[in-house]
Write a protein that binds this ligand. Structure first.
Ligand code: HSE
Length: 314
């Protein structure tokens, strides 16, 4: 790597988008970025080598870089920089931790994308995914890239493999996304620990049929095929017990016109895809009504697929 050109006056500011991992049937292999919500971060060089983290939000996340997902990602990046360097990173999280829309990924991916720009791009996107996965390891116990990759690349991504990394950006037709976030926290590590380690062949056949169908549906812009393929026979039956009202939300959302949907990442958020903004609004309203009846605090979002990934802002 070429020696760094360190300019202490440069500040890089970014928006790191929320992401929906799994896309129902593609556990750990599919994910997409959305335009709302997003975290706001800024980074600059610091004269003190190492990482200084400043939290500019209400979440009281750790500022020790080894215990912070953004810090863990930056530490992995710094191992491949051949000179002492210091970063000061300020994080304003708008994506609530534990919400299931890639909060940890936004922090980790945002940090390395911003640092890379500050250093004038010594690393490529695949390197950045590799570094950012260390944040996911800290958050959930395992490396997975189905939030990180769409956060960095934008759009819908297929993670064919993480060792070695093989990321495929997928074209997709316009999709509107309704998300409901019940105000409960589900830790990804817990949601992973309840999964069975073995699956039945008949279930695996259904699942890979759906993954292939979903990818084909996206590429062919076939909304019916996308809708039919949004089915998960492996993970959802286990995890949905952690999410109050899950089955009713799904039923009401489909009645309101959604193509389909399910648990966002490891939950508790639930997402639904629709063909039009008007339908997505009706779907969000239907989901909101279910939680109103259950008297469960919640937030709803109607958004679209974000094709840019992490954005640089002035
Ligand atoms: N694929 C991961 C999981 C995503 O479902 O555990 C976590 O956001």
């Amino acid at each position: 790597m070429a020696p760094l050109n360190i300019d202490y006056s440069t500040i890089v500011k970014i928006h790191a988008p929320a992401t929906v991992a799994n896309m129902v049937c593609g556990f750990d292999v599919l994910g997409f970025a959305v335009n709302d919500p997003y975290d706001e971060m800024q980074i600059r060089f610091s004269a003190t080598p190492g990482i200084t983290i400043i939290n500019d939000d209400e979440y009281n996340l750790p500022t020790d870089p080894e215990k912070n997902v953004a810090g863990a990602a930056l530490l992995a990046m710094m191992e491949e920089i051949n000179e002492p360097v210091g970063f000061e990173l300020t994080i304003k999280k708008n994506i609530k931790p534990g919400s299931g829309v890639g909060s940890s990924a936004a922090s980790a991916a945002g940090a390395v994308v911003a640092a890379n720009k500050l250093m004038q791009h010594p690393f490529n996107n695949e390197d950045l995914v590799r570094f950012a996965m260390n944040g996911e390891k800290l958050a959930s116990g395992v490396k997975h890239a189905d939030n990180i990759a769409p956060c960095i690349y934008g759009g819908v991504t297929l993670i064919r493999s993480i060792f070695p990394l093989d990321i495929v950006a997928l074209n997709a037709p316009p999709l509107f996304v309704s998300i409901v976030h019940p105000q409960i926290e589900v830790r990804t590590a817990d949601a992973r620990s309840i999964l069975q380690q073995k699956v039945l062949l008949k279930d695996a056949i259904k699942q890979w049929g759906n993954i292939a169908g979903l990818v084909a549906g996206l590429l062919k812009e076939d909304y019916d095929l996308i809708g039919r393929s949004l089915e998960d026979v492996l993970i959802e039956p286990v995890r949905s017990i952690l999410i109050p009202g899950f089955d009713l939300i799904k039923q009401k959302a489909k009645e309101a016109g959604a193509l389909g949907g399910g648990i966002s990442g490891s939950g508790p958020s639930i997402f639904m895809l629709s063909k039009t903004q008007a339908t997505a609004n009706q779907v969000a309203e239907a989901m909101h009504q279910v939680y109103e009846q259950l008297s469960l605090d919640h937030h709803t979002y109607v958004t679209t697929v974000n094709h840019a990934g992490v954005r640089f802002v002035e």
